[in-house]
Structures are given as structure tokens and as C-alpha cells.
Design a protein around this ligand. Structure first.
Ligand SMILES: *Cc1c(COP(=O)(O)O)cnc(C)c1O
Length: 225
């Protein structure tokens, strides 16, 4: 093992410990929160130590970058679960359905149409989460909170997709907890039990408010350049 990446192993162990502590502190069941290690921008040799240490769930934000890194790592390590956490262009749907196990960023009908077509064509269905723009930020992806119920119904009833989760990225300059609570409420009224919320800076309150998946990048792999 390359000693230069010992920091990744230590940070991963620390974050896993903190997730377990947050589960205890907030009365969540042990093991009810899945750590998605966000490896975007990190080269394969920096991801490998996390895999050797047993981490199996990872997040990438770009289809192209995922295609460059993950087929090789999958040949070395079994049972990897790869999440797409960045915007998905419709012209990348084929590649995304082939590569990812979970697509967390379903947020518009045009994308839903293409996903439904491709899933039917290849008979491979990644799990799908709807991204909700809880802060209604104009520059941010995601369906607006007031449109979420109709959109989820459209995915399910018009296009026959299984929506198993919701995902949000709260505004950077606001306390995140109201956004986590809003996502939780939208999930509850739509019968959705998977909540992807919380990043390096705020996974503790996310776990308090019901996150089942926390997406943690820099706290594990260090700052991105
Ligand atoms: C980069 C990214 C993360 C991880 O952010 P950190 O602050 O580095 O933990 C989580 N979710 C999404 C959607 C991201 O793009």
C-alpha cells in the first residue's frame, strides 16, 4: 500500500466512527446510515486504499470520469455500489444506466423519458432518487419542493419508474437542518424511505433528521483541487 494515501484510511475510519456515533446519539438504528464516499476528482490510486479498507459505496458526479476510473476498480474489487450524484445530461443516459447502480439526480421529465426508455431497452435498472432543490435556488439542479409530489407521481405512473429515494443539497449559506426536514417530509408523504442528505460539513444533523445515505467527500479524501 502506498503510504502517501494512509491519510485516506485514517480519515475513512474516523468518518465511519462518527457516523456510528451519530446513529447512537440520535437514536438511529446501528448500521441504518450508508456512507457514500464521494471520490469525484480523486484518481484511482487514492480510491484504492478505501476499497482495501472495505468501503464499497462511492459517489461520482460526472459520467465520463466514472467511466474512466470504475471499470478498472470493479475488475479488482467485488460488490462495489456506484452512485451518480451530479447532473445527468440526456445524451449520457445510456452510459449512466450501464455504469451506475444508483442515479441520485433525477429532476426533469425529459431525463425521466430517456431513463425509462433505456431501462426498458437493456433490462438493467439502477435505483433512482429524485433530487429536490429544497432551497429553490435558481442556479441549482433539482425539482422545486412544490412540484416534487407531481413529479414523483409522473415518474411512477406515467413512466413506470421506481423512485426509491430523494436527494438534496442545501444552500451553502443557510443552516441545513430545515432543508433536511423538508426533504424528509416530502419523502414521508410519497412513501419514500431512502434519504440522501448530508455532506462533510453537515452529516451529523442529516443523520439526526433521518438520512439513510450521507455523501462525504473531502472529510475522507481531503480537499479537491
Ligand atoms: C461533492 C459532493 C459531495 C461531497 O461534498 P464534501 O463537502 O466534499 O463532502 C456530496 N454531494 C454532492 C452532490 C457533491 O457534488
Amino acid at each position: 500500500m502506498d503510504e502517501a494515501h494512509q491519510d485516506v484510511i485514517e480519515a475513512l475510519a474516523r468518518v465511519k466512527g462518527e457516523v456510528a456515533r451519530a446513529e447512537r446519539d440520535h437514536g438511529r438504528k446501528a448500521g441504518s446510515v450508508t456512507l457514500v464516499a464521494v471520490s469525484k476528482t480523486m484518481p484511482a490510486e487514492r480510491i484504492r486504499p478505501a476499497l482495501v479498507a472495505g468501503q464499497r459505496v462511492f459517489g461520482e458526479n460526472r459520467v465520463q470520469e466514472g467511466k474512466e476510473k470504475w471499470p478498472g476498480l470493479r475488475a479488482e474489487f467485488s460488490s462495489i455500489e456506484l452512485h451518480l450524484i451530479g447532473a445527468l445530461q440526456t445524451n449520457k443516459v445510456k452510459e449512466a444506466v450501464a455504469l451506475f447502480d444508483v442515479i441520485e439526480t433525477v429532476d426533469r421529465e425529459k431525463l425521466v423519458v430517456e431513463l425509462a426508455k433505456e431501462i426498458a431497452r437493456v433490462g438493467r435498472a439502477p435505483k433512482l432518487y429524485v433530487q429536490v432543490n429544497t432551497g429553490s435556488e435558481p442556479q441549482k439542479a433539482g425539482i422545486l419542493p412544490g412540484e416534487a409530489d407531481d413529479f414523483i407521481r409522473l415518474c411512477r405512473e406515467t413512466h413506470g419508474l421506481i423512485i426509491s429515494g430523494l436527494m438534496c443539497i442545501p444552500p451553502a449559506d443557510e443552516p441545513p437542518s430545515p432543508h433536511f426536514a423538508l426533504l424528509c417530509e416530502i419523502a414521508r408523504r410519497n412513501g419514500i424511505t431512502t434519504l440522501s442528505m448530508g455532506m462533510s460539513a453537515d452529516y451529523d444533523p442529516a443523520i439526526q433528521l433521518g438520512a439513510t445515505h450521507v455523501r462525504v467527500g473531502s472529510a475522507i479524501f481531503g480537499a479537491r483541487h
